[in-house]
Design a protein around this ligand. Structure first.
Ligand code: EPZ
Length: 451
């Protein structure tokens, strides 16, 4: 976004009151709780569409994505009952029906979840309408893998004015699919379609993120037959009927890493109740390598600055079990506080460094490069995208007026504002509510000076 448009947008958000004033240079100390993973809960809610009996999901965070998917499910005839305080959602998809095309489009808004409705709606209703997709602006975010996979199952996809109309005139049949890249969404698309397709499906080069393995647990509870093989291969035997499930969502490891990054950037000490070691191994290694420390307990993980010089590192994002791309943005703020040159090579999204512009305005020293600066070349090598960053530190950040560019970039802006000396105004914070439950309350609980 050009500087002029940023200023216009900030003026607009000022009128709407969509901003947060942060008086920084405060160590964040205290305890917070992180509940279920946004990127699991939303998909699990879609899986409930396959069940002919009611489902119940626990540990559901009160975030906007949950509201959006709840409304989309209601639009398709599901009964959805969410108790935010308890974090329990009941979904009854016994009598689902077609949603009004225009309503689906309006409700979906900036969410990318509707693309995952394809398989379940084809199975239950014989057709699906999927509106044009939104989502964070962090790269092209194509959906070609999804469509190629659906076609292999026998789906027919017709582009219409406001989206896509999908049918399966001869039914959905199991097939062999090799993903060009281990895409999270495309793996979920295949799983949600294959579970009830006739015959066997073999999916290779699948994503195996903990959220996906958790979704496989849910589908198994619903009656699916799924085997996880070695080397990213998943076998699915189609079944004719699925029932509802009862499940507890795994903790949001992106939110945990975001708050851990805030603890390090501000030289603070945060205990995150609900954090789980097993989903965070790679993050914990990196956190320790730069000089942060953590204590792992049954109830959660304490992340803290133990004193001494923080050390620079080379870092490369990757699919699981690599360092998550969603951890990269908040963690980059912590890297502005370490001594020396850190290199960050983003290999999942081609344009995930836009947020660094604001950090530079706040005093950070970050240079972007088109070259792959990591230990290996990635898909973006020849494509002219500035997907590597060199961060020189430590730099004293100072307060500024900044605009939230996307969900994780937005959280990184909050972390930068809390770290910076002086006052910042962070515009567009409503976007952060999409994926961070009660983040202003949590900031206050940790001693941030906000208003
Ligand atoms: C999911 O997005 C998450 N979103 C993202 O989190 C996360 O960053 C990403 O997985 C990777 O972990 C949700 O779960 C809702 P992908 P998804 O398909 O599934 C390319 C957040 O902030 N690709 O794994 O959309 C794509 O362009 C969000 O919570 C194709 O080329 O990601 C990207 O380069 C942001 N064609 C790469 O694959 C396709 O058809 C990985 O994308 C699909 C993907």
């Amino acid at each position: 976004m050009s500087e002029n448009r940023v200023v216009d947008e900030m003026e607009h958000l000022e009128k709407l009151g969509d901003y947060l004033v942060v008086r920084g240079n405060k160590a964040l100390n205290g305890e917070i709780t992180v509940r279920g993973a946004k990127n699991f809960v939303s998909k699990c809610m879609v899986a409930a569409l396959l069940g002919k009996t009611p489902s119940v999901l626990k540990n559901v965070p009160d975030i906007r994505d949950v509201q959006v998917v709840s409304d989309l499910l209601r639009l398709h005839g599901c009964k959805v009952d969410y108790a935010p305080k308890e974090g329990i959602i009941h979904i009854d998809a016994t009598n689902i029906s077609h949603g009004e095309v225009a309503d689906v489009s309006t409700l979906a808004g900036s969410s990318r979840i509707p693309i995952l409705f394809c398989g379940p709606l084809l199975h239950r209703l014989g057709e699906a309408f999927i509106p044009s997709l939104g989502g964070c602006d962090i790269g092209g975010r194509p959906i070609d893998f999804h469509f190629d996979a659906l076609r292999k199952f026998g789906a027919v996809i017709a582009k219409e004015k406001n989206g896509i109309h999908i049918t399966a005139p001869t039914g959905l049949k199991g097939t062999k699919i090799r993903l060009p890249y281990p895409s999270v969404g495309a793996t979920e698309q295949v799983l949600l379609t294959a579970v009830c397709a006739s015959g066997k499906t073999e999916l290779s080069n699948a994503a195996v993120e903990p959220e996906i393995l958790n979704e496989i647990d849910v589908l198994q509870k619903m009656g699916a037959l799924i085997t996880i093989d070695t080397d990213r291969v998943i076998h699915i035997e189609g079944v004719s009927d699925m029932k509802g499930f009862a499940h507890t969502a795994l903790t949001d490891r992106i939110e945990v890493a975001s708050w851990a990054s805030a603890a390090l950037s501000t030289y603070g000490d945060i205990f995150i109740s609900g954090a789980k070691q097993s989903h965070m191994t790679t993050f914990l290694n990196v956190f320790r390598k730069v000089g942060g420390e953590f204590d792992i307990r049954d109830e959660g993980i304490r992340f803290y600055y133990p004193g001494g010089k923080l050390r620079s590192i080379p870092l490369e994002t990757d699919v699981h079990p690599g360092f998550m791309t969603d951890w990269q943005q908040p963690f980059a703020v912590a890297l502005t506080q370490v001594h020396g040159l850190s290199i960050v090579h983003e290999t999942v999204y081609e344009q995930r460094f836009d947020f660094t512009k604001a950090l530079c305005r706040m005093g950070a020293s970050i240079q972007l490069y088109k070259e792959c600066l990591g230990s290996r070349t990635c898909r973006f090598e020849e494509r002219n995208f500035r997907h590597s960053a060199v961060i020189a530190g430590p730099t004293k950040l100072h307060g500024a007026n900044i605009l939230v560019p996307d969900l994780r970039g937005g959280f990184s802006h909050i972390v930068a504002a809390v770290t910076a000396v002086g006052e910042s105004k962070v515009y567009g914070i409503s976007l952060i509510n999409r994926g961070y439950e009660s983040f202003t309350e949590k900031l206050l609980a940790l001693g941030a000076d906000i208003g």
